[in-house]
Ligand binder design. Structure first.
Ligand SMILES: [Zn+2]
Length: 338
């Protein structure tokens, strides 16, 4: 089997693959509402000749080609974020518009194109008999935009699949990517005492108590860890809210939300403690805690998970990274940027 034969066969699949991608872009699939697109993907897997297609309890769709002992998985999340302001779109985000060799629409890049490529890659592997000793699973995962790690957390914890390696088809501008900063969502809660808004001195205003925390948390950015490969850890206050009996009353609760990106070596506990220390240094009494995600999937399953998504790095000499470089070189006659 020469690489030219593979390329030739791949070109032969361009049209059905393009049509399929346009189809799934045209099916809205917000996080937690992916059923229609999952069923469409399962149907395509069946149609191109997968050996097995299943939908797990969380609603991920998994298709297999080959039945060898070594298990490799590819992943594409098939949910998308919402379209808030349609006027900013030059085309309907849900038609799968094709123009001059490009497909436009919500999820066309992130990450439905990955799914389309994976399904037709599996067909090629099967048609050209390239699956010696392998079973390859193509996974369309759900809820990723809302809770990055939940889909694979479920797959691994529930034993749906035990692959040796998973290749993510997240868009990377055609580079081979071997690591990413982690992420966590931290909530800070301050409490006060409510009273009538006309006499604020009688209460203890949770909003004014917590407000300086925004500045203290922002200042943390100057001293978070740095890694040569992944860069700096960061934190950002992304939301601030208050609660009280009415808008004419002193609020007795104030909260803020932190989007924290973790570089290599930073841990969950350390990140929480840094915020606690930053607040106590400026005398702001508040609880600092990690949020839990517990939204039902389209199947109705609630599978609670801490909103903590660890940093990951694969060494450049890892066999999977090296295999990726070799494959790029063989197929496209150049080494990819890693
Ligand atoms: Zn994505």
């Amino acid at each position: 089997m020469t690489n030219d034969t593979i390329l030739e066969a791949a070109r032969g699949l361009q049209e059905p693959m393009t049509n399929f991608l346009r189809d799934i872009v045209a099916i809205p699939s917000l996080s937690g509402q992916e059923e229609a697109v999952v069923r469409r993907i399962a149907a395509e897997m069946e149609a191109v000749g997968f050996d097995e297609v299943k939908i797990d309890g969380l609603g991920n769709v998994l298709g297999r080609v080959g039945d060898g002992p070594r298990v490799v998985a590819f992943d594409a999340h098939i949910d998308t974020v919402d379209v808030t302001d349609r006027d900013q779109w030059e085309c309907d985000p849900f038609t799968g518009k094709l123009e001059n060799g490009r497909i436009y629409g919500r999820g066309a890049v992130d990450q439905k194109a990955g799914m389309a490529g994976m399904i037709y890659a599996a067909k090629l592997m099967k048609d050209l008999d390239l699956l010696d000793g392998l079973q390859v699973w193509m996974v369309g995962s759900v809820m990723e935009e809302d809770c990055d790690g939940l889909c694979w957390h479920y797959i691994l914890k529930e034993g749906v699949l035990k692959p040796e390696v998973v290749v993510s088809t997240e868009p990377t501008g055609l580079t081979l990517t071997r690591g990413q900063r982690g992420r966590m969502e931290i909530r800070v809660t301050a409490r006060g005492v409510s009273c009538h808004g006309s006499a604020p001195e009688r209460g203890d205003n949770a909003a004014t108590k917590l407000a300086p925390a925004c500045v203290a948390i922002d200042a943390l950015n100057e001293r978070l860890a740095t890694d040569d490969f992944l860069g700096k850890g960061t934190c950002c206050v992304t939301w601030f809210g208050t609660e009280g009996p009415s808008l004419c009353a002193v609020p007795d609760k104030a909260e803020l939300h932190i989007d924290r990106r973790l570089t290599f070596g930073e841990t969950k506990d350390q990140a929480v403690k840094e915020v606690e220390d930053a607040l106590s240094a400026v005398d702001i009494p508040a609880d600092v805690w990690l949020l839990t995600y517990e939204v039902p999937s389209w199947t109705g399953l609630v599978y609670p998970m801490e909103k903590y998504y660890p940093t990951w790095v694969m060494p450049e000499d890892h066999p999977a990274v090296q295999a990726g470089i070799a494959a790029h070189l063989a197929a496209l006659a150049s080494e990819p940027p890693v």
